[in-house]
Write a protein that binds this ligand. Structure first.
Ligand code: ADP
Ligand code: MG
Length: 447
């Protein structure tokens, strides 16, 4: 998967071209051009990381050619090759965006070092573009919590498929951890030092999708002021995460399929074929086979993506993980805020385990953050999480007397919990006799 970087050598003397070729061909994929015109043609068709440019060419002067090459591909690094008497021109070239110049005669070592540095810069710049594109919302290795059998199975699949290049399709309700799992696959793979690029299919307007994925050339459309890389190109050697793939419109599905199959595409407004090496991970909270039946999702794309299927269970089907997740997010909140750790009261945990969590782990995470922030005590009680106490319908069906009794029971239980079950203390706080307290506890047992 580690492709050789590509280098274009432009020199009118066949002997010079051949010597470069001999020196470079082991480490790099080399293209040779004898004229400026040939160079322009090659750069328009191929992905080239770096060009070695002779300042004196028969058809074009080196400075002019530099400008043209930079216009075709601003990301291509250029090293000028020059004789001593042309140093002034070489300096001008640098001002115009060339990376460096090498003086003739040069040593092989010098050439190789300069190329290496230029290509490193090239990679770095790509990385910067990537970082700008991708808000780092996640820690590099975020913990995935789950003792449930289905989650353990998911962990097994994740580690066994990480090193493969096959596409992954992650299905599960919203908030079940699809993106988290996608990042885990990337972080466990050899691609981890390269970008993980998120394409949020639901958030990108359909008319901008193609340019977002494939990039565009300067002037491709109104407002295309500079040649811009698409997400697939930014992700080269890394992973592309296609979130909410079901929302991709049917035309884009066809274009994406082609890019996945051929591993190549064209930027908008360009004819050059860009070759990329990326792994695709797609996610959806819809049943894609249903969408295929309804003619809204391409079957061939589905099979392309579904090489490794991963299904995440909804939280209500693994309720035993709820206390672990509560604990996990409490610790995370304490760490992120620098505040002391808090815990949920036992009755709060019990209520939260009875709840169905339609928003899954995301909803739970938000609840923990809210209650961690709001609660002023080290123990978070049901009152801090009022909406989760009960479904509203339950309240409506209660008479006032029942509602009062219900409140009394909850309140008594909470106070008891606060004093670790010490009835004497609880009676003191509640200002009732111990016998009254016992009676209340008995008469208000949960149904
Ligand atoms: N098993 C889990 N353990 C820890 N955190 C989780 C887990 N599942 C989801 N999360 C967290 O819940 C939030 C929602 O997860 P996400 O991956 O964005 O869900 P989805 O993409 O399925 O909607 C994220 O902040 C994520 O870190
Ligand atoms: Mg998501």
């Amino acid at each position: 998967m580690h492709d050789k970087p590509t280098i274009l050598v432009v020199d009118d003397e066949p002997g010079v071209r051949q010597s470069f070729n001999i020196v470079l061909k082991d480490k790099y994929k080399v293209f040779l051009a004898g004229t400026g015109e040939e160079a322009i043609d090659l750069l328009s068709r191929k992905s080239i990381g770096l060009a070695l440019l002779d300042i004196r060419l028969p058809d074009l002067d080196g400075i002019e050619l530099l400008g043209k090459l930079k216009e075709i591909d601003p990301n291509c690094e250029i090293i000028m090759v020059t004789a001593v008497k042309e140093i002034k021109t070489a300096v001008k070239a640098i001002k115009l965006g060339a990376y460096e110049y090498i003086l003739k005669p040069f040593s092989v070592e010098e050439v190789l070092n300069t190329i290496k540095r230029a290509l490193e810069k090239h990679e770095l710049e790509k990385e910067v573009t990537y970082l700008r594109n991708e808000l780092q919302r996640y820690q590099p290795f975020e913990e995935i919590v789950g003792q449930d059998k289905k989650m353990q199975e998911v962990f097994g699949i994740v580690s066994s498929i990480a090193d493969s290049d096959g596409a992954v399709l992650i299905q599960g309700e919203s908030g079940t951890g699809k993106e988290l799992v996608a990042r885990a696959i990337h972080n466990l793979s050899l691609r981890k030092i390269y970008p993980f690029v998120v394409v949020n299919c639901a958030a990108i307007p359909p008319n901008l999708m193609e340019s977002a994925l494939f990039g565009y050339h300067k002037g491709a459309f109104t407002g295309a002021v500079a040649t811009t890389l698409g997400k697939l190109e930014i992700a080269n050697r890394g992973t592309v995460f296609l979130d909410d793939i079901d929302t991709l419109d049917i035309n884009m599905q066809a274009k994406l399929l082609r890019a996945i199959q051929e591993k190549e595409f064209e930027r908008l407004g360009g004819t050059k074929t860009i070759t990329v090496n990326v792994r695709f991970i797609a996610a959806s909270n819809k049943d894609l086979t249903r969408l295929i039946e309804e003619g809204r999702f391409r079957e061939d794309l589905y099979y392309r993506l579904n090489v490794f299927p991963v299904t995440l269970p909804p939280l209500r089907e693994r309720k035993k993980d709820i206390p672990l997740l509560l604990d996990h997010f409490l610790r995370l909140n304490a760490k992120n805020t620098g505040k002391p750790l808090k815990r949920f009261s036992k009755s709060a945990i019990k209520t939260l385990m009875e709840y169905d969590w339609p928003g899954n782990v995301r909803e739970l995470q938000n609840l923990v953050e809210r209650s961690f922030t709001i609660s002023r005590n080290p123990v978070i009680h049901l009152d801090d999480i009022a909406p989760y106490r009960r479904k509203r319908a339950d309240f409506k069906e209660m008479t006032l007397k029942e509602a009062v009794a219900d409140f009394e029971r909850r309140y008594v239980n909470e106070v008891l919990e606060l004093v670790n079950g010490n009835k004497k203390k609880a009676a003191e706080i509640l200002a009732v006799h111990r016998n009254t307290l016992s009676a209340k506890m008995d008469s208000t047992k949960p149904k």
